[in-house]
Design a protein around this ligand. Structure first.
Ligand code: GLA
Length: 734
């Protein structure tokens, strides 16, 4: 009898895990309107079973998996939440490793998960997967911001094997979308032609967007993408996700329409020459894939992403920014102390907050009088600036403006003292000819000594000039001949260089921000070669392109605006293009306004216009920086373009409209433009501003319109060949 009971109890004990396992894990990653549903299958693997509108009843999540029958054979399993390689899956893996014993197989089984609310209004889901044969684990992490419908996901890889495990591929995300038609908008570019978007319907097979440039990674292809479901992406309707791999180095986005016509999407660091030796007990954290989801088109998705970026990501995203006058295009390398202090007066008269001294202020043995020499030697050039930076800061302060400065601390010209003294700090193949990009090479940021040097460049400037108000941090070269003396000395694989470079960069930025938490720093990369949400944790803004032709900018700013709020995009008025100054200033006002012109060369009327426009900007900038953006008329599809910004209470808005047709005579202002984002019940007046001296607006600023009317019938701002750019201030009439 006793032994019978014992037998029963031990059978029960044996059965408990099996009984528990009968209830497989169901893990919804939820935002306000959407859910990414992850479920454990009978083999204890986690699958993505649903991505779409959130369910009313949580209990229904359990039933989703049984509705799909994709597993006709093992090669048909595409929807693993993180596909391992070398075992049961023959689809494109998310992760490939070589264990410490040289074996290349990996299985990842569900162990446990947690879901916890965080202080930043997100909920963090952590799912632990383990290999039953090796002491190797991957944690899938999802942070979901309900209100903004934004998800950030990454993975954390660690092990306790006997020696290092070689990570050969380590994606950040492995997503799976069921459906019939998928449309991808990806972005391509080159210098001064960044962010050129193209939409295509994805067909069976793989489409890859990647970068192998090391630094300046966004130059040719961009880690930003729009995925639209069932129909091409549109602004106000349809299911879209709009996102980015947040990593300032080599990335890879891999879209595959599979044999079921579903879409598998892998995103992560580019495995190209990037195998990483992970020692036991250390965590390798992949970069984040960040995406906003909407069932109402790209407009709503962008606004969610913008709000998220301002609130939770970009440094001081809810703060203020400085308008400025920059001397780059005004002087290039040809300046001295008097010329610069003379420009302070222009900045003062123009009414901007700050003067920004660009490239060319440093190096003595090999003076920085062109881009051929001096990079790396960060001492004031005594001929150009005999009284030093301190003097300039003082003079600017006397004028009542702030002072900012340009640096490019990650780079070196071979014609420099730095190169002569520290050849081992330079990324180059020791036995091959050097390959230059803009006559320069990249410093090896995997080396802690180089990190100290780069931090020192910034630290010295701020220590010696505590009133320094701004830095423009440039990065103009890509990495050729990837080889690190430091990694060789440490006996670490050379294939870690691309990753350790970026990690080294972030380590420096972390130090900069620990010591100087708030000072605004602009991220620049020979135009728009860098600008991602990992870097923007440390930067307040970025430079989207050296192309400042306002006509081109209408397109480029439009395309950047899918992913970035206007507060982070620096737009400068320059002499590029053929447009009148009003057009140039209006376009640059749709972001963080700056000038890079010789103010004294303008006519009196132009000066009056600019000064008034800066005053107007100071009045409405709050709406541009912190309000919601509505893209109204797409320049890619029309002879016009229009964008508006609305403040949170919907009491105030600013509208920008442009005439961009090349066939001017045929186009008239025959139709109204439908506004968006207003309160239908509020009444508004509309006043044209930024008028050139002597011009009168044909628009009636006294007339009152309901928000309902302005959004349904629209409003005709009379944009035409004679009025190519129109700025309107819209205000609630109380
Ligand atoms: C890059 C930047 C420019 C300017 C120059 C200076 O090209 O994009 O704005 O700062 O460097 O050399």
């Amino acid at each position: 009898m006793k032994s019978g009971l014992n037998q029963f109890l031990s059978l029960l004990l044996l059965l408990i895990p099996a009984l528990l396992r009968a209830q497989t894990a169901v893990i919804p990653v939820e935002t306000k309107d959407h859910v990414l549903l992850l479920q454990e299958d009978q083999q204890e693997r986690i699958r993505t079973t649903y991505f779409g509108s959130a369910f009313t009843n949580q209990s229904d999540y359990q039933s989703v998996a049984s509705q799909f029958h994709y597993d006709d054979a093992n090669d048909g399993i595409y929807n693993a939440a993180y596909t391992p390689s070398g075992t049961w899956s023959l689809t494109e893996p998310a992760i490939e490793v070589k264990h410490a014993d040289g074996n290349s197989s990996l299985e990842l089984k569900y162990q446990s998960h947690t879901q916890q609310k965080q202080n930043d209004a997100s909920t963090e889901t952590r799912i632990v997967l383990k290999d039953p044969n090796y002491n190797f684990q991957v944690t899938l992490v999802y942070k979901a911001w309900a209100e903004e419908n934004v998800i950030e996901q990454w993975t954390e890889i660690q092990h306790k094997e006997n020696g290092a495990v070689m990570l050969e591929k380590y994606a950040s995300a492995d997503l799976y979308f069921t459906g019939d038609n998928f449309y991808l908008t990806s972005y391509h570019g080159r210098w001064a032609k960044e962010m050129q978007g193209k939409e295509e319907k994805l067909e069976n097979g793989r489409k890859i967007i990647d970068s192998k440039l090391g630094t300046r990674a966004m130059l040719l292809q961009s880690p930003n993408f729009i995925l639209s479901f069932d129909q091409p992406a549109s602004e106000n309707e349809g299911k879209v996700i709009l996102g980015q791999l947040a990593w300032s180095g080599n990335f890879k986005l891999d879209f595959e329409v599979d044999t079921y016509d579903n879409l598998k999407f892998l995103a992560g660091i580019n495995p190209y020459n990037s195998a990483y030796a992970l020692p036991a007990n250390q965590v390798f954290k992949t970069p984040s894939l960040i995406y906003a989801i909407s069932n109402h088109g790209t407009g709503e998705a962008s606004r969610g992403l913008h709000r998220w970026a301002r609130k939770y990501r970009v440094l001081d995203g809810q703060g203020e920014r400085l308008t400025l006058l920059n001397n780059w295009e005004a002087t290039y390398f040809d300046f001295d102390e008097d010329k610069i202090t003379g420009l302070f007066k222009d900045a003062k008269e123009l009414g901007v907050d700050m003067f920004l001294l660009d490239d060319g202020w440093f190096a003595n043995k090999y003076p920085r009088n062109s881009d051929r020499s001096g990079l790396g030697d960060w001492q004031e050039n005594v001929k150009k600036l005999p009284s030093g930076i301190g003097h300039l800061v003082k003079e600017a302060t006397k004028e009542g403006i702030k002072f900012g400065i340009w640096i490019e601390p990650e780079m070196v010209n071979p014609k420099s003292e730095l190169y002569e003294q520290h050849l081992d700090w330079v990324i180059r193949q020791p036995d091959r000819p050097e390959v230059y990009y803009r006559n320069q090479l990249v410093l090896d940021l995997s080396n802690p000594e180089v990190q100290d040097f780069v931090f020192g460049v910034v630290d010295k400037l701020f220590t010696e000039n505590p009133q320094l108000a701004f830095i423009k941090w440039d990065c103009n070269a890509v990495i050729y001949n990837a080889y690190s003396v430091y990694l060789a000395e440490q006996e670490m694989p050379q294939s870690q260089l691309y990753v350790d470079y970026v990690k080294g960069l972030y380590a420096v930025l972390e130090r900069v921000r620990t010591k100087y938490p708030k000072v605004p720093i602009m991220l620049c990369s020979g135009g728009g070669g860098r600008g991602d949400y990992e870097a923007l944790k440390y930067f307040t803004e970025f430079w989207p392109s050296d192309d400042t032709d306002p006509l081109e900018r209408i397109f480029m700013q439009w395309d950047y605006s899918y992913f970035f709020p206007s507060i982070v995009t620096c737009n400068h008025v320059t002499d590029w293009g053929k447009q009148p100054i009003k057009f140039r200033v209006d376009v640059a006002s749709m972001g963080k306004l700056g000038f890079d012109i010789v103010f004294s060369h303008l006519s009196e009327d132009e000066k009056v216009f600019c000064k008034q426009a800066v005053k107007n900007y100071d009045r409405f900038k709050e709406i541009i920086w912190h309000g919601d953006q509505y893209r109204l008329v797409n320049p890619h599809e029309n002879d016009f373009s229009a964008v508006m910004y609305v403040n949170e209470s919907k009491e105030k808005a600013v509208f920008f409209g442009y005439f961009i047709s090349q066939r001017q005579r045929l186009i008239t202002d025959k139709e109204p433009i439908k506004f968006n984002g207003l309160n239908p019940e509020k009444l508004y007046t509309i006043k044209e501003i930024n008028l050139f001296p002597g011009k009168r607006s044909p628009l009636d600023s006294e007339k009152v319109y309901s928000g309902d009317f302005l959004m349904k019938a629209g409003y005709n701002p009379m944009i035409n060949a004679g009025r190519t750019s129109v700025v309107l201030e819209i205000e609630e009439r109380k």
